[in-house]
Design a binder for this molecule. Structure first.
Ligand SMILES: *Cc1c(COP(=O)(O)O)cnc(C)c1O
Length: 481
């Protein structure tokens, strides 16, 4: 399998999986995509079903990912899948089990990993792959990131103990939930460096950008990232769509639909990849919160990004985005993989006017039938209502992000836009967002057994001013010592 950029300048040769593993954007500013989606037939689906039921998630992950990774020996890849998707990491061999709720809705549990958010599903595999490739090339990597909560902790737990890797993670001082803070700051390891920056999340991101713009520093200190546009992360997420289809149907003729709480479009894009491979998926529902850039696109054909002032702070904060970084990948497929057209839309139009429209195009009009996308959005009041409703009917606590997807799913089902089986992706455990749960139900979510000690762990974090030079000085001090 080779990979090309969505924007495709002719000088960039197609690359292998390990070539693009540590890369962020392609040199032309586009995103890497496989040259084609491998197709799976009914026999393959049945054999995957058997493998999942008999051997579990890790074995299925190997079967799916090997179709996209042909420059790592199969035994090594299989071993990495086993380590990433172990019972120790995810609590069961199924890794992502399902529960059936009322209203014919299934809940796919993706939050059983070390940090109680679905980011672990991809990040645990990324940790394995990074360590493997760095070891082969005898290189070191210093991951520099900014987080408002979920991504940072997931990256730290995935990279913990991996040879050749350090993590420098910027957090907005005092602005994460107590659980998120305890989870990250509790890690006591010289390779995990938490930084509490005197500023908000945007300041953290600006500091990362400023440091990454210093090419000499970046090179000298091997600065890398674990951002949401990484192809390996998306690929790892394809697996749970297959696992969900097996659990909800498992019969090649029977399709399943999904409702996905969406921010940067990584999670739902993985569903699109699964569907494009021939996994029996009917509709993919893009569920947004008040930051509804994507819902607007699927309703109108207009993609209009927002500024940070126009981006609302909501009670499903991991979906508070102004533009969706993986969306370009979907548009690439939508316009028939025409790279010049993608450049025109994302560089010429979006870059200058902040929006583009496909409303009058034939591709957009065909999109629903051809790609099976639906969309909807949800408000704070809807989230509260959804959390109450699911708790009342099923005694199941869902987190605010999952609540967004549940609300849009139920509306689509009631309106006849989608048929069952319909699977809602659970992207975090309620305990991470206890304030909103308390507002909805008047109770605090129970802290799961495996996190019982989290709140009492020590506090390993360096307080720094909002200044890229201060962060650079810390990186120099740690790396050079
Ligand atoms: C990251 C995240 C999302 C959004 O996922 P995308 O892949 O960015 O669309 C939704 N819910 C939670 C809890 C998250 O952490």
């Amino acid at each position: 399998m080779r990979y090309i950029s969505t924007r495709g300048v002719p000088t960039d040769q197609p690359r292998t999986f390990t070539d693009i593993l540590l890369a962020g954007l392609a040199p032309d500013g586009g995103l890497y995509m496989p040259v084609e989606y491998p197709q799976v037939d009914a026999d393959t689906l049945l054999s995957w079903s058997k493998i999942f039921r008999e051997e579990g998630y890790a074995a299925l992950a190997f079967e799916v990912m090997r179709l996209y990774i042909d420059d790592i020996p199969e035994d090594d890849l299989r071993a990495m899948c086993q380590r990433a998707y172990s019972v120790e990491n995810f609590g069961s061999r199924e890794v992502s089990p399902m529960t059936q709720l009322s209203d014919h809705i299934w809940l796919l549990h993706l939050s059983n990993g070390p940090t109680a958010a679905f980011k672990d599903m991809a990040m645990q595999m990324l940790g394995q792959l990074f360590e493997y490739v760095l070891d082969k090339t005898a290189k070191e990597l210093n991951i520099l990131g900014a987080t408002s909560g979920d991504t940072g902790s997931s990256a730290e737990y995935a990279m913990l103990g991996k040879g050749g890797i350090r993590v420098f993670m910027l957090t907005p001082s005092g602005r994460m939930t107590p659980f998120q803070q305890a989870q990250m700051y509790g890690i006591d390891d010289p390779a995990i460096i938490n930084i509490a920056l005197d500023g908000v999340f945007d300041d953290c991101q600006d500091v990362v950008k400023a440091i990454s713009a210093d090419a000499d520093f970046k090179q000298r200190y091997s600065i890398g990232a674990v951002n949401s546009i990484n192809w390996a992360r998306l690929l790892a997420q394809v697996v749970y769509y297959v696992a969900a289809w097996i659990q909800a149907s498992g019969t090649p003729g029977n399709k399943v639909s999904f409702s996905v709480p969406t921010g940067n479009f990584g999670d739902v894009f993985a569903g699109h990849v699964a569907r494009s491979m021939g996994v029996p998926i009917d509709q993919l529902i893009v569920a947004t919160n008040e930051n509804n850039v994507l819902d607007e696109f699927y309703r109108t054909g207009i993609y209009r990004v927002r500024s940070s002032e126009q981006t609302f702070k909501t009670s499903s904060p991991s979906m508070d985005i102004s533009k969706a970084s993986n969306f370009e990948r979907f548009v690439f497929d939508l316009v028939g993989r025409d790279q010049a057209r993608v450049r025109e839309l994302f560089v010429d139009q979006l870059g200058t006017r902040g929006e583009f429209s496909l409303a009058d195009t034939r591709e957009f009009k065909d999109a629903r039938r051809k790609f099976g996308f639906l969309s909807g959005s949800s408000t704070h009041a809807d989230r509260i209502d959804s959390i109450q409703s699911v708790y009342r009917h099923d005694r199941v606590l869902i987190d605010p992000h999952t609540a967004d997807a549940w609300k849009v799913a139920r509306d689509a089902l009631r309106g006849g836009a989608v048929e069952q089986p319909l699977v809602v992706l659970e992207t975090a455990l309620a305990v991470k967002f206890s304030e909103t749960i308390e507002e909805a139900l008047g109770i605090m979510p129970e802290v799961p057994e495996r996190f019982a000690s989290v709140m009492d762990a020590g506090r390993h974090v360096v307080d720094l001013p909002n200044d890229p030079e201060a962060v650079k000085a810390l990186i120099r001090e740690v790396v050079d010592s």
